[in-house]
Design a protein around this ligand. Structure first.
Ligand SMILES: C[C@H](N)C(=O)N[C@@H](CCC(=O)O)C(=O)O
Ligand SMILES: [Mg+2]
Length: 355
């Protein structure tokens, strides 16, 4: 089955409420969709999220990377030469990980379709169901308490609470949320690089002293401050999860060697897709480090690809795949079902969309 064309389009989805982190505020998802056509008539689908503040990519850069660099590098290749296609995808342009991720997932979609099997089974098939958290945006205390209670009432057992935008008020926010939702809701917090190392240790100690029982703290300090990540990990009891600090397998090795985090958040938009993401999960597993699979602001297309990857591996023990749940509606038919916190894998071949 040969690649005959790669078409690039847009996918838009308004969000139910503005998504606010220490890095940005967004009201509407505006991503790139791609379709890989083959001589067998099968089409593979992918999506890239232009998260400029994290990956450095924009809609224009993603579209350009795909049409000017990736497409000429892989057009005419046979899906069966999968590892060779992946080698070209990796080498044809430096970085541009979200552009690569969209192409990688569409290629995996085609590969699994050609074997008439759902992608998660081809990748390892460890589980059929995932439980995702849901994001609580960074706002003032009252709004975050209201949003947390609303999510818990809808049946979400795991809240991913955004902090780091106003460090001085973060302890108050988390203490108020814990009081409101009670002890049975799991709270994980994501500072999106918003704290200094010393601030992070101080805040986490205050949260530990207040018995807030936080499951993990994600990316407390600047992505490039690996020594700062090590300092926070070494000086707190709460588990530290690296997100923006780890894009590549090599960065995962460095982070693990320096003991700069307890856990790693893998996102296809950071790794450049499933092929590289598999390397990270295996490196982590060999070192006793559990992984989360997360997403950027993505719709059902790419979050479904991430769900297939997450369902395939035992060492992926935490899920942050709430992108489709944050959208007013996500009209893509087929694929895994997103029903509240439960994501159920479909048995349809590939990622599972009917094109
Ligand atoms: C959407 C998801 N729950 C999430 O929080 N993802 C990122 C931020 C993504 C973005 O800014 O698009 C994260 O930091 O984990
Ligand atoms: Mg994060």
């Amino acid at each position: 089955m040969k690649i005959t064309d790669i078409k690039v389009g847009v996918v838009e989805a308004p969000l139910i409420t503005p998504f606010k982190t220490a890095l940005r505020t967004v009201e509407k998802i505006q991503n790139i969709a791609i379709y890989i056509h083959t001589d067998a008539g099968r089409i593979g689908i992918g999506e890239a999220a232009p998260t400029a503040v994290i990956t450095g990519e924009t809609k224009a850069s993603i579209s350009n990377a795909i049409t000017e660099y990736i497409k000429p590098a892989i057009i005419g290749m046979d899906i069966e030469e999968f590892a060779q296609i992946m080698e070209r995808l990796e080498k044809c342009i430096h970085k541009n990980t979200s552009a690569k991720a969209a192409v990688d997932m569409a290629l995996y979609d085609l590969l699994a379709q050609s074997y008439k099997t759902p992608l998660f089974k081809l990748l390892g098939g460890y589980r059929k169901e995932l439980i995702t958290d849901i994001t609580i945006s960074a706002n003032d205390v009252d709004e975050m308490v209201k949003d947390s209670l609303a999510a818990a009432t809808k049946g979400f057992h795991i809240l991913k609470v955004k902090v780091g935008k106003d460090p001085a008020g973060d302890v108050k926010r988390i203490v108020a949320i814990r009081e409101a939702v009670g002890p049975n809701v799991i709270l994980r917090i994501d500072a999106n690089q918003g704290w200094t190392p010393k601030q992070a240790v101080q805040i986490i100690h205050a949260l530990e002293d207040a018995d807030t029982n936080i499951e993990l703290v994600e990316q407390p300090v600047h992505y490039n401050d690996i020594e700062g990540m090590r300092y926070v990990t070494a000086n707190t009891l709460t588990k530290i999860l690296a997100d923006e600090s780890v894009f590549s397998p090599k960065e995962a090795i460095t982070l693990i060697e320096k003991r700069a985090a307890d856990l790693i958040n893998i996102k296809l938009m950071k790794t450049g897709g499933i092929y590289q993401a598999q390397k990270i999960v295996h490196i982590a597993e060999a070192n006793g480090i559990e992984c989360m699979v997360g997403c950027m602001l993505e719709t059902k297309v790419s979050v479904s690809a991430a769900a297939h990857f997450a369902a395939s591996q035992k060492n992926i023990t935490m899920i942050d795949l709430d992108g489709p749940l944050l959208c007013v509606n996500d009209p893509m038919p087929g694929g895994p079902t997103f029903d509240g916190q439960v994501i159920t894998m479909s048995i349809k071949p590939g990622i599972g969309f009917s094109l």
